[in-house]
Design a protein around this ligand. Structure first.
Ligand SMILES: [Zn+2]
Length: 191
């Protein structure tokens, strides 16, 4: 399961910019652009007049389908694994470091003490200005990321590790998102 960092939705919601038809043809042959979803669905009926791709046409196996385009489609966003999201959030001071307090000795003869209720750090939001401040601070303070070698966890699971400089690279990407969000008066959200 991954985590996406992106600008929050616009106050009046993403604007629909029309719809088009996607199918297996590369490059796409049916270049029609429709006003909305319903018009594009109607346009599916004569898709094969505009597309002669040999793999197109079987509506079950290789069916063409409608994609609606939104004003937010091209906005910057960053998708990372939940493991790497925690790395980023720790660098940003938005998730607690694992410290001595996290090690809990079970009470002798009793049940272990309950873990304190903590909000899930993998879901949250900040104003663009706050995020920008934290990103700049993290870029200034975080030591160069040496990366992490890939390794087998067991027979079926593989940890891809991360490349050298990963943290700084993703922080720089996050800065672009925060700058975009500030420019458009939005928050930065992650989920
Ligand atoms: Zn087609």
């Amino acid at each position: 399961m991954g985590v996406t960092f992106c600008p929050g939705a616009p106050a009046d919601g993403p604007q629909e910019w029309g719809a088009s038809i996607v199918c297996p043809a590369h490059p796409p042959q049916d270049q029609r652009y429709f006003a909305d979803y319903d018009a594009a669905v109607a346009g599916l009926a004569d898709h094969l007049r505009f597309c002669t791709d040999p793999y197109c046409g079987d509506p079950v196996a290789y069916g063409a389908f409608v994609v609606v385009h939104y004003s937010t489609d091209q906005e910057p966003s960053l998708e990372v694994s939940s493991v790497n999201a925690r790395l980023l959030l720790r660098a940003l001071g938005l998730a607690a470091e694992l410290g001595a307090d996290d090690v809990r000795e079970p009470a002798p003869g009793g049940a272990p003490p309950p873990l304190p209720e903590e909000p899930n750090p993998l879901i949250g939001s900040l104003t663009a200005e706050q995020m920008l401040g934290r990103v700049e601070l993290a870029l200034a303070l975080a030591p160069p990321d040496p990366g992490l070698p890939a390794r087998d966890l067991n027979a079926t699971n593989y940890d891809f590790g991360r490349v050298e400089g990963y943290l700084q690279d993703r922080l720089a990407h996050l800065r672009e998102i925060a700058l975009y969000a500030r420019e458009h008066q939005r928050d930065v959200v992650w989920h």
